[in-house]
Write a protein that binds this ligand. Sequence first.
Ligand code: COA
Length: 601
Amino acid sequence: MHKRDTRYVCLRIAGEGGEGVISAGELLTQVSARLGMHVATFKTFPSEIRGGMAVYQIRTGPDHVLSQGDYLDILVAFNREGYDRNIGDLTSEGVLVHDFEPDNGVPVARRGGTDYHVPMGTLAREAGSHRAKNMVALGAICELFGFPVEGLTEGVRLKFGKKSEKVVEINLRAIELGANYVRENHKISHEVQFVEGDGRPRVVLSGNDAIAFGAVAAGCRFYAGYPITPATEIMEYLARELPRVNGRMVQAEDEIASIAMCIGASFTGQKSMSATSGPGLALMSEALGLASMAEVGLVVVDVQRAGPSTGMPTKAEQGDLNLAIYGAHSTAHRVVIAPVDVEDCFYQTVNAFNIASKYQIPVIVLSEQSLGFSKASMPRPDFEDLLVYEEQYATTPTDGDTWPKVDELTVGEGYPMTPVFPRYLRHDTGISPRSIPGMPGMEFRATGLEHDEFARPRYDPPNRKAMLDKRATKFEEVRREYGEEVEVIGDDEAEVAITGWGTTAAVIRHAVTRALNDGASVKAIFPKMLSPMPDVAMRRHLHGVKRVICCEMNDTGQYANIIRHRYGVNVHAVLKDRGVPFSPGEITPYIEMAIKAQVRI
Ligand code: COA
């Protein structure tokens, strides 16, 4: 059993939607990060605007926070439901901060641990509004755990200043009342201690913000989208930031219009992106076929949610992998990549734009609700070192003198047209010269029809075969260039491997790190690119492995099926399909079973 690292503290606030749980968590996250702690958060709430249980969780530590961990050190329960549904996650020596009066029969005295009653509602009304209950709780937390109350002032002004100065005053008063109440009524008797970090400057971003930030850094200057939970914050971020870099954000009438606008924008030379969730990606699939056929590069972010249909819009799932990879009629090549944490959201989005631009191909970035909504601290990106692919356009038509003439290029009968610019020239990488409208002598007519190297519609078998091969060559070139984009940790000779992608990979990393610290022989394999799969690297790392555990958040094992049929290995699929991410402790038993189960002869 791994020894808990008490330098990492996990605090959960739980209450009814509308009681300000999320605001309280956001403010506490800012204070923690400002104290130099590494932070990683998780929030979940019902689809309704009011009612249901809202949860905000923060895990802090002196170094990178691998995942949300398995247990709580502190539970702040705004109400009875917040207690009943979360007390089971609090460790026996954990701290409970609660609002309900002992006389309502809730067993607040627990074996071990420390309970602090704070009459949040009463103190909020004393401050001037029951809405300020969450700020009373923050004041109490600051006093209990040594956070500077003044660290909240700026955040309160930023968060509530738009409502009114009075609201700000009431909330600042509420914080003070919460802190005073603890000081005057409780003797600090708990062990839990927050550990400050190295104090290096870090930014705190949500996964959605990091994707949007990465898009702007990668040169994205056009976004078209339709709001959908849990992707909307990407559009909101770009609505604020794109105009600052002379870019445009358009809220389209639906996802079909969004992707069509992005294709048009990219066709004219603008790096373009849309963001959606599963239902929206399904609507985009036909136009993604056009982008593949016309070889127009763009980025589509799918922040997955529990589906199908409306499903559970504010809950997590990794259920769109099949749709992202195969959701097309015929062969519509697209690249699929999946960030594992908030920092990776930034860099994988830059990567996505580089691939879309260089290979003139659609790239889907697969995120999901818990990553999109979660905030985490990350080092401020070093823009000097950031590799951004600049568009390579064909130069002036004088190049045309060297381009093969039409009759040398046509494969089978051609159409009577005198094109001069071979926009789809076949080449050993499959990548053709590109121009944008307005480049004299390099005009061509883009089309969704099958076409020849001069973009002329063609229906003859030889040309069809030649162009299918061209597009496939380009896709294989991506696999060649990114084929080593596989992260492997652990014992390279291990006969048990565990693999996953996206945020599940981050939790697997936490579980495997514990297993390795306990002396287990296991390795973890994380492909960052899921289409094209990095087959060479995957086969190399799976060679000699007797058991492969695939963990993913869906109920059919979409990723496990890919690993099985591509690499012919003995796969045990560990599936979590209930709308919340894995915890490392849920994965550990499967590692232990797989190691014990293997037979040595
Ligand atoms: N004083 C004054 N106002 C306060 C406050 C305080 N102390 N604490 C919070 N508030 C305000 C917040 O500013 C927010 O107002 P806003 O909506 O104008 O921004 C509101 O109260 C809610 O507070 P917040 O902390 O953001 O959330 P919550 O913990 O109360 O939970 C939600 C409410 C987030 C669950 C709910 O509002 C929501 O958005 N539900 C999900 C909707 C959704 O995405 N559905 C999916 C559809 S497909």
